[in-house]
Structure formats: C-alpha cells, structure tokens
Design a protein around this ligand. Sequence first.
Ligand code: ATP
Length: 222
Amino acid sequence: MKSKKDEKQFAVIGLGRFGSHIASNLYRMGYDVLAIDKNMDKVQDFSSEFTHVVQADTTDEKALRELGILNFDVVIVAIGEDIEANIMTTLQLKEIGVQYIVAAARSPLQIKVLEKIGADRVVAPERDMAQRVAYNLASTNVMDYIELSKEFSIAEITVPHAFVDKTLVESNIRAKYNINVVAIKRGEHVIVSPMPTEKLHEDDIVVVVGTNEHISGLENLK
Ligand code: ATP
C-alpha cells in the first residue's frame, strides 16, 4: 500500500498490547510502519497488518543496523515485561544515533533509567491510563484529563453552574482561577480558542489548561 504521508517513518519494537495498538493507529493514520518482534508467532500474527513486519532481537546492534533503523524518524520501544530487553534496546538505538526514541516504562525506576540513557520521550501507558480513568471516576465533572508535566494538565470539565450564562470574561476564569479555556465543546460543535465574549451554556464542556492545583480548584466549584 502506498503511504499517504511519505515524510515520516515509524518503527515499533515489541508487538504486545501497547506496541500493536500504537502500530495499528499509526498505520491507520497513513504512516509507514515497520513492526519488529523477536517472537516469530507475533510476526506471523501481524504479518499483513503493517507496512513491514519482521523478526529480530533488538538488543542486537547488528540486527538493528541491518534493518536500517537509522532511516526511521521515530522508533518506539514497546517491550514491557522484559525490562532488560527494553533498556538494552533503547541503549542500542541511542548508540546507533536514532533521531527520536520513545520508550514505554512500567515503573518509576524504569522511567528514570530510560530518561538517563537518553530516550527522547518516556511513556508509562498503564500509569497514565489509570490516572485518567481515576480522575474521570472520582470527579463528577471531569470528563477527561491529560497530564502535560508534573505541574500542568489539560482537563475537560462540565461547565460549573456558577459560570452558566456568563461570558468567559464575566466568569473571571483566567483572572480569579488562573485557568485558560482552550476550547468549548457544545454538543457536536467545538469552539477552539474561544473569544473572551463567548457565553458559556449549560451542558457545555470546557477544555482547560492550568496547574493541577488550579484545575482542582475549578473541579470543586458547583
Ligand atoms: P504490554 O501490554 O505492556 O504491551 P505485553 O505483556 O502485551 O505488554 P510484553 O510481554 O511486554 O507484551 O512484550 C511485548 C513484545 O516485545 C512481545 O511480543 C515480545 O516478543 C517482544 N520482545 C521482547 N523482547 C524483545 C527483543 N529483545 N527484541 C524484539 N522484541 C522483543
């Protein structure tokens, strides 16, 4: 299949749950995806799913070079259970000089190690999803939540009652609550970068960015 987006090439290492979902999503978005797994059964299961699916042990530098791993713009290390293979693979990719390495971690210590050895981005899929679901369940008005850094987050919040029928300026949301509204979801309609004069309606969902502390201040408003 001809790739729609010729410019960016991805390689995904490890076809467990996380790796196979990442590879599927990128491929569906039109990117070229090379998927690599050392387990031949996995390679056969996914053989027709992505651009190329190959069998290799990625802790082996020679095998990585033979796959032409340097030609890929982004390499995602999605080996979960075998921590040593995950770390060794990341290290080899770094040594070879891969441009952008994303590594998946399962524990805080693994996050630290992967950052130290030079992964450009470390993701913790289980932790992040657990956090999003917990926020969603614990709060009646938080619909979704994404942590941008330890301090800042983006949250989707049903509009507090106190703000209904007020414009963004009148709600004082920025001045008093230190929160920026980046979008308003109104049914099927999304208003991106709303004007200060935009009036908030009942049942609106506001997408806000701010510190975690300021966002929780807003969550507790009725
Ligand atoms: P998750 O749900 O976190 O993705 P999982 O349990 O589904 O985890 P893992 O057991 O973490 O999957 O394994 C991911 C894949 O990585 C497996 O298919 C495994 O064969 C592959 N893998 C492990 N070590 C290597 C390696 N050295 N080289 C290439 N692939 C590897």
